[in-house]
Design a protein around this ligand. Structure first.
Ligand code: DGY
Length: 388
C-alpha cells in the first residue's frame, strides 16, 4: 500500500513465507493477519504498486512539469474542466483522496473537510491560507501547507508598480493615448505626485512588508511601520521607525497593508483610520481585500478624502465591487501579485513537494499548522490497516 513508500514507517517489511517460518521469535510477535498481509504484499507484487501511491487531486490544472512530478509520485488526477473548481466539484472528488492541491480560490471549510474522510494533506499554492479552515484541518490531523517566500519579490514589485501607476496616472495616460486624445506635450497634462521625500507606511513587517520597504530605499523615502512585534533588525537596516496604529495613518503618504487576513485583521481599516489619513495619501493593497472596509474606502475615494488607491485584491475574491471601476484615481489589477512565470512555477512545485512529503509520512517544509507525530502515525497506521 502507499504507506510502503520510502520514508514512511511500516511495522513489518514484506517477508517471504520461508523467511517467516524460519524466524520463530518473529512468528511469536506476528498474528495471523500480519502473516497473511506479508504474503499478500509479496504475491501481489508490481500490480499492487500501482495502487500503492497516495491519491492526490488538484482543484485546478497544474503546469505540465508539476503534473508529471505528481503523476510519478502519486495516483494523481486534477480538475480537467478548463475552469476553476466549484465547491460541488471539490466535494465530489474528496472521497478516497489523501492529498488535496488547491489555490486561494478554493474555499476549504469545515464541512468539506468532514466530507474528506481519507484526507491527510492540503497544500495551497498561495502564501495566504484564509480560504482554509486550518483549525478544522488540525483537529482532524490534516497537515496544511502554503508557499511563503517565493512570491515575496513578485508581490512587492507589484505593490510598487501600483503605487507608481497611481501616482503618475499611468492607466489614464495609456487610455488617453490609445483613444487618440493625445496631441502633444502640455504643461498641465496628467500631473501626478512626486515620490521623493515622502513617508511610506507599512502595516506589518513580515516578508512582503520588508520587501516593499527595501524597494523604497532607492526613492529617498522615510519608512514607518506598525506591527504587533517590533523588528529591530528591520528598523536598523531600513532606517524604519515603528509607530502606533493611529500614527501609521496620520503620517503615511503611501500606505501599504502587508499582513495576512484573519479574525484579528479583518475589516481593520475602516472609518476611524480613513479619517486620520492625509487627503494626499495613496493606499495600495496587495494583501487581501478583507483587511479594508471596502464600502467605506469607495465612499472616501468618491469624496476625494484620500488622493487615490492601487488595488490588486478585493473583498469579493471573484470580481470587483462595481463602484470601484467608476473611479478614475484608482488603479485596479486582478490579483496578480504573484503572477510571474518564475514565481508561479516555484509555488506549484513547493506545494506539490510538500504534498508528497506529507503523504510519505514526513512533515511538510512549509507547514501552516502543527500535527503531532503520534496523531499522524496513528492515522497512518489506521489507514495502513484499513487498506491492507
Ligand atoms: C497569495 O499567494 O496569497 C497571494 O495573494 C497571491 O498573489
Amino acid at each position: 500500500m502507499w504507506e510502503g513508500n520510502e520514508g514512511v514507517a511500516i511495522s513489518a517489511a514484506p517477508l517471504t513465507l520461508p523467511e517467516l517460518f524460519c524466524n520463530k521469535s518473529l512468528i511469536k510477535g506476528l498474528n495471523a493477519l500480519e502473516i497473511f498481509r506479508n504474503f499478500f504484499y509479496r504475491t501481489k507484487g508490481k500490480i499492487m504498486q500501482l495502487h500503492d501511491k497516495p491519491k492526490i487531486w488538484a482543484a485546478f490544472a497544474p503546469f505540465e512539469p508539476i503534473r508529471n512530478y505528481l503523476d510519478e509520485n502519486a495516483d494523481f488526477d486534477f480538475n480537467r474542466s478548463g475552469d476553476l473548481a466549484d465547491r460541488q466539484m471539490i466535494k465530489d472528488h474528496l472521497p478516497g483522496v489523501q492529498g488535496l492541491f488547491v489555490t486561494l480560490r478554493d474555499k476549504i471549510d469545515a464541512a468539506l473537510i468532514t466530507a474528506a474522510p481519507d484526507l491527510k494533506a492540503i497544500a495551497t499554492m498561495s502564501v495566504g491560507f484564509d480560504h482554509i479552515d486550518v483549525e478544522a484541518a488540525t483537529q482532524r490531523g490534516i497537515w496544511v501547507s502554503n508557499t511563503p517566500d517565493v512570491l515575496t519579490d513578485a508581490t512587492a514589485d507589484l505593490a510598487w508598480a501600483l503605487l507608481l501607476a497611481t501616482l503618475r496616472r499611468i492607466p489614464e495616460g495609456d487610455r488617453l493615448v490609445r483613444s487618440g486624445g493625445y496631441s502633444g506635450w502640455r504643461p498641465d497634462l496628467l500631473l501626478g505626485t512626486e515620490l521623493s521625500g515622502k513617508t511610506l507606511g507599512i502595516w506589518g513587517a513580515g516578508r512582503i512588508g520588508q520587501a516593499i520597504a527595501r524597494r523604497a530605499l532607492g526613492f529617498d523615502l522615510r519608512i514607518i511601520y506598525h506591527s504587533r512585534v517590533r523588528k529591530p533588525e528591520f528598523e536598523r537596516q531600513m532606517r524604519a521607525r515603528w509607530v502606533e496604529w493611529p500614527e501609521l495613518f496620520r503620517q503615511s503618504d503611501f500606505l501599504f497593508p502587508a499582513v495576512s487576513l484573519n479574525e484579528e485583521t479583518r475589516d481593520k481599516i475602516g472609518p476611524a483610520e480613513f479619517h486620520l489619513m492625509r487627503r494626499s495619501a495613496i493606499l495600495v493593497n496587495i494583501a487581501r481585500g478583507g483587511l479594508i472596509q471596502e464600502e467605506e474606502l469607495i465612499r472616501i475615494l468618491r469624496l476625494k478624502l484620500i488622493a487615490g488607491a492601487g488595488l490588486d485584491v478585493y473583498v469579493d475574491t471573484t470580481g470587483i465591487h462595481k463602484k470601484l471601476g467608476d473611479l478614475n484615481h484608482v488603479v485596479l489589477t486582478p490579483h496578480i501579485g504573484s503572477a510571474t512565470v518564475e514565481t508561479r512555477e516555484k509555488m506549484a512545485f513547493m506545494a506539490a513537494e510538500d504534498l508528497i512529503s506529507i503523504l510519505k509520512g514526513q512533515p511538510p517544509k512549509y507547514p501552516v499548522n502543527e500535527i503531532q507525530n503520534s496523531q499522524w502515525e496513528t492515522d497512518l497506521e489506521r489507514h495502513r490497516v484499513r487498506t491492507a
